[in-house]
Ligand binder design. Structure first.
Ligand code: MG
Length: 155
């Protein structure tokens, strides 16, 4: 059994929607990012790579590479799954916490879990996504961006 942890932050910019755990959510801001800015999937990829001792998302998908411009982070997650499979590893479970003052994420967590389970080829009851605010404190509280934490186990 291996355990991995991942953390990521993306700042807001002008926009009308954000992507979180592969789900597009209407919002009065967008994410400033080289990829689609899916901060939760980036944290998840880092947790998976960490548990497998395969470095981090920046090493495998450098943000200096035009290939990853505006890329759907679900494609990155599927590539990470393949890297794990190459080493004989499978995600056993994933637990993600998104820290955001807004928008309200609870209505979307079911779809988020389904997207992740599908990309990792695991049962949906092995995936948990939860959202919290930071009570108006710090950069997430000031609605400057969103942070995400992920913890995974691999077998
Ligand atoms: Mg990122």
């Amino acid at each position: 059994m291996r355990i991995g942890h991942g953390y990521d932050v993306h700042a807001f910019c002008e926009g009308d929607s954000i992507r979180l755990c592969g789900v597009t959510i209407a919002h009065n801001r967008g994410f400033k990012a080289h990829s689609d800015g899916d901060v939760a999937l980036h944290a998840l990829c880092d947790a998976l790579l960490g548990a497998a001792a395969l470095g981090d998302i920046g090493r495998h998908f450098p943000d200096t590479d035009a290939k990853y411009q505006n890329i759907d982070s679900r494609l990155l997650l599927r590539e990470v799954k393949q890297l794990l499979h190459n080493d004989g590893l499978v995600c056993n479970n994933a637990d993600i916490t998104i820290v955001a003052q807004a928008p309200k994420l609870a209505p979307h967590t079911g779809a988020m879990c389904e997207a992740i389970a599908s990309d990792l080829s695991i049962a949906v009851n092995r995936v948990n996504v939860k959202a919290t605010t930071s009570e108006w404190l710090g950069f997430t509280g000031r609605e400057e961006g969103i942070a995400a934490h992920a913890v995974v186990t691999l077998v």
